[in-house]
Design a binder for this molecule. Structure first.
Ligand code: 6PG
Length: 463
């Protein structure tokens, strides 16, 4: 047994992760359900082939790994993970460790962690797509701390490194904590993508800018406070042209986005936690509306498209996006705090910001500043951390201008608008739920609380 670790599932992410592990000097035994895939993978692993041990049965895989063993599963989330654990368990010793590195629903990870499996078990969120998996992903681990510590030398070696050299691989807490943090990451990923798409839409439909001009604008923003992987790729996407006809690629792509569901899980969980994350919810909603192509066409035929131009200066758009991003992350981090309390996890907000600084899809320079702000003020909403309060004050008028003007002209900015609405509600000391209390008491005799503390069971509503 020569392998330091095993890996099951040689799809895109599994293959990339296995090569990354081998490249960092750890011999890795690999297995795929279809043996030919394993053979091809080994043959194509080039100079890393000597550290890749192909196996064609689970027995061989297990025998190839040094005990106590660690085996990463990179199989589709859901039932395949349970099936794989079931097939492996009889071959493993109790101290062997199975690591689910797929995009599991954290409730499944909680269930598996609590199921008294015959082996050790960790749930690990991995972000960064294929390139990240190959050259340095961001890793969010959950489960028993001692199990994490046992394999953390491999994980920190393969993880992305932040600018200050810190590896982006962190233990988040017990059970499904790692997969939970990955789900929120994906919710934020949806929201970041959506807000960029909204500004793109405004530039395309409101300002009639061609894709190449939009590319230049994103490229410019990527040099400033919005520097991030998603702005960078949006610039590249806008610059690309269709090999078949030469038009901008964006102009030949259908406006319907799929989803595997992690953003939706985040939105659903936020409702269970009573944690408001309207920017993320709007992003999920927007993907769902995007799927209704025929219906949208029909409604456009009946009511017409957003007609008037909507011209907004580029720096205003940039600042609106900065404000939207701050508000979105403030909501995401607050949701993590709420979950931490509910599940008893002590999720480390500054560490989460740090682990997202590199490797993952939402990596950005702003996350450096968020990590600092949350280190200084771990228990306050991000927008109350002085550095972000100031930035928000500076950028909020631009967000308001963009949302108001776009809305007036009929250009939808659901995620950006929800950021603004959340802010306006949160900064309203006296809201309007006094009306809700009174209505509930009126029709349901639910009672209410008075401002002066006087005890009054019900209101004088009459009938
Ligand atoms: C990542 C991504 C990745 C996710 C895809 C697709 O962090 O690397 O979040 O894990 O699976 O981006 O997600 P959707 O299909 O839900 O858009």
């Amino acid at each position: 047994a020569d392998a330091e670790i095993g890996l099951i599932g040689l799809g895109t992410m599994g293959s990339a992760l296995a090569l990354n592990i081998a490249e960092k000097g750890f011999p890795v035994a690999v297995f795929n359900r279809t043996a030919q895939v394993t053979r091809d993978f080994h043959r194509e692993s080039g100079e890393l082939a000597s550290r890749v041990i192909p196996t064609e049965s689970l027995e061989d895989l297990v025998a190839a790994i040094k005990p106590p063993r660690a085996i990463i599963l990179m199989v589709p989330a859901g039932d395949p993970v349970d099936q794989q654990i079931k097939a492996l368990a009889p071959l493993l010793a109790p101290e062997d460790l199975v690591i689910d590195a797929g995009n599991a629903n954290f409730h499944d990870t909680n269930r598996r962690a609590n199921a008294k499996l015959p082996v050790r078990f960790l749930g690990m969120g991995v972000s960064g797509g294929e390139d990240g998996a190959r050259h340095g992903p961001s890793i969010m681990g959950g489960g028993n701390r001692a199990d994490w510590d046992r394999i953390s030398p491999i994980l920190t070696a393969i993880a992305a490194k932040a600018e200050d050299g810190t590896p982006c691989a962190t233990w988040m807490g017990e059970q499904g904590a790692g997969h939970f943090v990955k789900a929120v990451h994906n919710g934020i990923e949806y929201a970041d993508m959506q807000m960029i798409a909204e500004i793109y839409g405004l530039m395309r439909d409101g300002m009639s800018l061609p894709a190449l001009r939009i590319a230049e604008i994103f490229e410019g923003w990527n040099e400033g406070p919005l520097q991030s992987y998603l702005i960078e790729i949006s610039g590249k996407v806008a610059r690309a042209s269709d090999p078949h006809g030469g038009q901008p690629m964006l102009d030949v792509i259908l406006d319907r986005a799929g989803q595997k569901g992690t953003g939706r899980w985040t939105a659903i969980e936020a409702q269970h936690l009573a944690a408001p994350i309207p920017v993320i919810e709007a992003a999920v909603m927007a993907r769902n509306i995007s799927a209704r192509l025929d219906e949208r066409k029909e409604i456009q035929d009946r009511f017409g498209p957003a007609p008037q131009p909507c011209i907004i200066e580029e720096p205003i758009l940039e600042r609106a996006l900065i404000a939207g991003k701050i508000l979105c992350y403030a909501q995401g981090f607050a949701m993590i705090s709420a979950a931490s309390e509910k599940f008893g996890w002590s999720l480390p907000l500054p560490e989460i910001a740090r682990v997202w600084r590199a490797g993952c899809i939402i990596r950005s320079s702003m996350l450096n500043d968020m990590a600092e702000a949350l280190t200084e003020h771990p228990d306050r909403n991000l927008i109350m951390a002085p550095a972000f309060a100031t930035r928000l004050e500076d950028s909020l008028p631009a967000l308001r201008q963009v949302v108001v003007e776009a809305t007036r002209q009929g250009h939808p900015l659901p995620a950006l608008a929800q950021g603004l609405i959340w802010f306006d509600m949160m900064r309203t000391g006296r809201g309007t739920a006094n009306m809700i209390q009174a209505q509930r008491d009126f029709f349901g005799a639910h009672g209410f609380e008075r401002l002066d503390g006087r005890n009054e069971p019900h209101g004088p509503w009459g009938s």
